[in-house]
Design a protein around this ligand. Sequence first.
Ligand code: HEC
Ligand code: HEC
Ligand code: HEC
Ligand code: HEC
Ligand code: HEC
Ligand code: HEC
Ligand code: HEC
Length: 366
Amino acid sequence: MRLKIILMGLSLFCIGVLTAVTTMAQEKKEGEAWYVGSEKCQECHMDEYSEWHASGHPWKLRRGWQVKYTPLPLPKGYVWDDISYVIGGATKKARFIDNEGYIITTAKDGSPAKTQYNIQDGSWSNYHPGEKKPYKCGPCHMSAYSPVGHQDGLPGMIGTWVENGVGCEECHGPGSTHTYQDEPSKDTIIVDASGQSCGKCHQRSGTDIPPLASGGFVRHHEQFNEVDIGAHEGTDCTECHDPHKRADQVKKGCSSGDCHSEKEYVSFAKETIHGKAEINCIECHMPKATKSAIKTGRFAGDVRTHMVKINVDPAASMFKDGMLKGKKVVYSQGFVTLDFACLNCHGSKDKMWAAKNAKDFHKTEY
Ligand code: HEC
Ligand code: HEC
Ligand code: HEC
Ligand code: HEC
Ligand code: HEC
Ligand code: HEC
Ligand code: HEC
């Protein structure tokens, strides 16, 4: 009975909100695996499915009608019938696609308007105001992306894909051979837990450069390069993250396994002023030095950085100028500075104060 209710609830949920498995364009070819869609995997992998469903990966692109009954507001002048798809809207921000497949950059009547909705504070930002912006974002947001053609035949949608969002098979490969066997086994499905497999999308201009920055913040989706240049260089994403779960459900805390000694860091930390105030490692070591949608202060964006090392020199700068493919860019240096690590909480103090107190931090009794 209970199972039945859960199943009923789930299927209703699926009809209502789920990232629809769009046209299964991929035809079955003799002897070749094809894509079956995440719904199919759910039949046998309920746990992974539910975790994935609660995370950001499936939510990258939803049809207007799937989002219509949620509280998400629309840009000026638009009604839901004008919206073919919503981009994101899971954690940080949402953008909207019109019925031609272009990302909306003005009010409905063509006058200037802010068209990116920021979830955390309900504000709106400019998104390429007035430009005609095709949706070219598929390689990192969709499953089994192909640059050929236009999804749904809409001119603004560049490329085609088999499922909206990052579905099971984007990471595990096409699943028909695995799924339609008398006995599905481990040998018929791909499992790639390397950092590179995540780095395909969690970077922006290549995996061999320092994380890019702009406007005084690290740019978002640079996690691969952030890890690589920071103190955790060489650590795969999956050592800390369960790839099916939300980011804040990391599978290992900093002191688990043989990482950071429970005795040296955690037990000691609990005795300190910060420990008693329940301020944990990531508040100082992974501050929101990265910006996706909004900033909430001079040194506070909305995405945690993975660079973890704190540079206690008050004169250090987190960023430096550089060149990339003949263009001037700003790179991150691979550490966080005291303004990001301390002054968001200690707003009335300055860097000199922070430097004095930060040096040999874990050897000092506060
Ligand atoms: C009919 C049931 C069934 C369906 C449908 C199914 N699987 Fe499986 N899957 C299994 C079984 C059984 C195993 C083997 C479990 C074991 O040996 O521990 C497995 C194992 C796996 C593994 C683990 C491999 C490893 O090395 O541990 C992955 C990943 C996986 N499936 C992904 C998928 C994906 C993605 C889909 C959808 C495309 C899918 N499965 C659909 C039954 C199914
Ligand atoms: C190189 C891969 C890549 C490309 C290309 C890319 N994105 Fe993303 N995007 C990501 C990743 C990874 C994240 C999440 C991690 C982060 O923000 O740090 C993200 C996050 C987002 C979010 C926030 C979602 C939410 O729920 O808050 C939006 C909106 C978004 N992208 C829109 C776009 C649009 C529009 C384009 C095309 C103009 C685009 N992205 C191109 C990788 C990419
Ligand atoms: C972002 C990439 C990604 C997506 C999306 C994804 N997986 Fe996985 N999955 C992985 C990786 C990587 C592992 C291996 C994890 C490890 O070794 O720590 C894995 C492991 C598994 C396993 C083995 C047991 C386990 O939990 O470690 C199963 C079963 C599985 N995935 C099924 C699924 C299903 C079903 C979906 C869709 C609902 C899905 N995965 C979506 C990357 C992904
Ligand atoms: C096909 C592109 C792609 C691949 C491959 C990919 N990601 Fe993502 N990832 C994204 C995008 C896009 C988002 C933003 C989703 C959102 O919140 O809207 C994201 C979000 C995340 C989040 C935040 C999710 C949340 O809800 O808190 C984590 C953690 C994450 N990815 C880890 C991984 C790991 C680990 C791997 C490799 C096993 C991986 N990703 C592979 C595109 C990708
Ligand atoms: C040393 C452990 C560790 C490694 C390695 C690691 N992460 Fe994380 N990651 C974390 C922790 C801790 C958080 C913050 C969780 C929280 O907010 O509670 C996080 C947060 C995130 C977020 C959400 C950021 C935000 O604030 O919105 C994304 C996306 C993410 N990680 C992706 C990745 C990817 C992709 C990789 C590999 C390139 C990776 N992580 C490697 C520990 C790690
Ligand atoms: C997440 C918020 C937060 C962060 C980040 C943080 N602190 Fe604190 N800090 C507190 C709180 C709360 C207290 C205890 C209440 C108080 O006295 O202000 C405290 C107390 C202190 C004290 C003792 C009281 C005093 O004002 O002299 C020092 C010294 C200190 N912090 C230094 C630092 C340094 C150095 C950093 C950066 C490496 C830092 N803190 C980062 C919240 C934070
Ligand atoms: C209140 C801020 C704050 C908190 C909370 C914090 N750290 Fe630190 N940590 C620092 C500062 C500042 C440094 C740099 C000290 C230096 O370079 O002299 C540091 C340095 C480190 C180092 C480098 C080696 C060393 O011993 O100096 C490690 C490893 C570390 N911290 C781990 C942790 C772990 C694990 C936790 C959680 C149990 C944690 N930190 C919590 C501020 C903090």
